[in-house]
Design a protein around this ligand. Structure first.
Ligand SMILES: *Cc1c(COP(=O)(O)O)cnc(C)c1O
Length: 239
């Protein structure tokens, strides 16, 4: 069966990528209205990690253009062919980035959301000088100060952004966070949005399937939604 035939059938099935995507879009629109924010001011990053290229195809056919992937290797296997067929496609890397994956990440990504340490900033700056291009960068802030979690400490974040922008000349477009799972996310969202405001950064990436409406109410410009669109994932194995 072709992808198109499948999509046509999907219109009558309440539990497909196309219908779930439509439902997420409607919820985003409602959250924008409720927050007094302009329609379309929030970008939906559809997180397709662990799901195959066919799933991404279905989302593309339903009008989704922006995707997020955790792992560079998985993204590199899935996205170049899709991008060739869909020039509007935009890919965000949203997982921890090892310095030895920087070159590949910068070759395939439009946005790297997980700039989280000086060594990575230096590696990105070196590759930028070599390749003469650089994706937009978001600084990941560890708002919960969790020792096992990636991200720059909130107390060090503003100096780190200044170093990336001013000393290294990197295109820092905004901030990103993943609040601790067991916490009320709202103080984390407020902290990130306020910090972005102080730094004059336009992009605030926060909110996932379980809390994206709350994130929009608290200033998210980008929400990263996976399972609410693509369905449940098999448990993640850590790299
Ligand atoms: C997997 C992931 C998401 C999406 O999570 P869901 O709960 O499936 O929406 C968002 N952000 C990051 C950084 C992720 O790793």
């Amino acid at each position: 069966m072709t992808v198109q035939a499948q999509t046509a059938l999907d219109a009558t099935d309440p539990d497909t990528i196309a219908t779930r995507l439509e439902a997420v879009r409607a919820r985003i629109a409602a959250a924008e209205r409720a927050a007094g924010r302009a329609a379309g001011s929030v970008t939906l990053v559809a997180v397709s990690k662990t799901h195959g290229a066919e799933a991404v195809q279905e989302a593309l056919a339903a009008g989704q253009a922006v995707f997020g992937e955790n792992r560079v290797q998985e993204a590199a296997a899935k996205f170049p062919a899709l991008r060739a067929a869909h020039p509007a496609l935009r890919l965000h890397i949203i997982g921890p980035l090892q310095t030895n994956k920087v070159r590949e990440a910068m070759a395939i990504a439009d946005v790297i959301e997980t700039l989280d340490r000086p060594r990575l900033a230096q590696a990105i700056a070196a590759e930028r000088a070599r390749a003469r291009r650089c994706p937009d960068l978001l600084v990941q802030v560890n708002t919960g100060r969790e020792p096992q979690k990636a991200g720059i400490d909130p107390d060090a974040a503003e100096a780190f952004v200044a170093e990336c922008r001013d000393a290294l000349g990197l295109p820092v477009a905004g901030l990103m966070c993943i609040p601790p799972v067991e916490d009320d996310p709202r103080p984390h969202f407020d902290l990130l949005a306020a910090m972005a405001g102080r730094l004059g950064l336009g992009v605030v990436s926060m909110g996932m399937s379980g809390d994206f409406e709350t994130a929009i109410a608290h200033g998210a410009t980008h929400v990263r939604v996976g399972s609410a669109i693509f369905g449940a994932r098999p448990p993640l194995t850590r790299a």
